[in-house]
Design a protein around this ligand. Structure first.
Ligand code: GSH
Length: 264
């Protein structure tokens, strides 16, 4: 099987982590997202939204990171990552569906802070516009333009914080009941959520879970797993990681003010 992915893309990390947890080897094609590899016409034939990841397995093209995780677990792992029991399975699938909104929130916080700073520092307004024009999805294009124009003042940021507040609260509640968000056993929901929470930490936004301490414990447990070292820590260049943290952390005071106002 072949995975088309980006090294530090949260959706790609989610799938790489799943592959490592199941113990599956894979061929890869690494796309450089800031350079726009995802808009290459050949890639758009596989993934018309121009996003990563895409898995091609014996001729079958699978997109959407949560769907890819479920596919891998079902096809190659006897669904061992899916919690057992009617209620637990419904809850797990609900988390997988929520990942669409959670990813949108993470994308908002990334591109209203570090991603925006990076684009404004390295590209002219014309270059930024030319890249935006290549985004196939008009909604994603409109949102990205708004984030670049308004940064943390964008209306999308309020929506993102609302989703993250609910996510962190629900994670804390699940972790109060057991060691993993998936339930008593490690599972697909833990894999699905790791990259999003990890990205917030990589941006220096760990203050977001100051009121949900079980989330911090869970993140540390996830980061201690060999899959994390193999597919996340060991693959992201330390210089890129430092750059993201410094760029994000500079926005934390402003973000924290909005967060506190919302959670008062
Ligand atoms: N819901 C999709 C989201 C895919 C997505 O937006 N991926 C991002 C990276 S995490 C991407 O490829 N962005 C490209 C771009 O912004 O141009 C999934 O979970 O697979």
């Amino acid at each position: 099987m072949k995975l088309y992915h980006g090294i530090s893309s949260v959706c790609s990390i989610k799938v790489r982590l799943g592959l490592a947890e199941i113990g599956l080897g894979y061929d890869e094609e690494v796309l450089d997202l800031p350079s726009g590899d995802q808009h290459d016409p050949a890639y758009l034939k596989l993934n018309p939204d121009g996003v990563v990841p895409t898995l091609v397995d014996a001729g079958l093209v699978v997109t959407e990171s949560s769907l890819i995780l479920e596919y891998l677990d079902r096809e190659y792992n006897d669904s061992r990552l899916m919690p057992r029991g009617r209620a637990a399975e419904v809850a797990a699938r609900h988390w997988l569906l929520r990942c669409l909104a959670i990813h949108a929130a993470i994308n908002t916080l990334t591109f209203s802070t570090a991603g925006r700073d990076n684009a404004l520092a390295s590209q002219t307004a014309e270059q930024i516009e030319a890249r935006l024009a290549k985004m196939p999805d008009p909604w994603m294009r409109m949102k990205r333009r708004d984030l670049f124009e308004h940064g943390l003042e964008s209306g999308y940021v309020g929506q993102a914080l609302m989703h993250l507040s609910r996510m962190l609260g629900d994670m804390q509640a699940a972790l109060d009941r057991g060691d993993w968000v998936s339930g008593p056993d490690f599972g697909i929901v833990d894999i699905a959520l790791l990259s999003y929470v990890d990205r917030l930490e990589r941006l220096g936004f760990e203050g977001l879970w100051a009121g949900a301490p079980r989330v911090g414990d869970w993140l540390a447990a996830m980061q201690a797993r060999p899959s994390y070292a193999a597919e996340v820590g060991g693959r992201i260049e330390p210089k890129a990681a430092e750059g993201m943290r410094a760029a994000g952390a500079a926005h934390w005071p402003a973000l924290e003010r909005r967060w506190r106002a919302m959670n008062r």
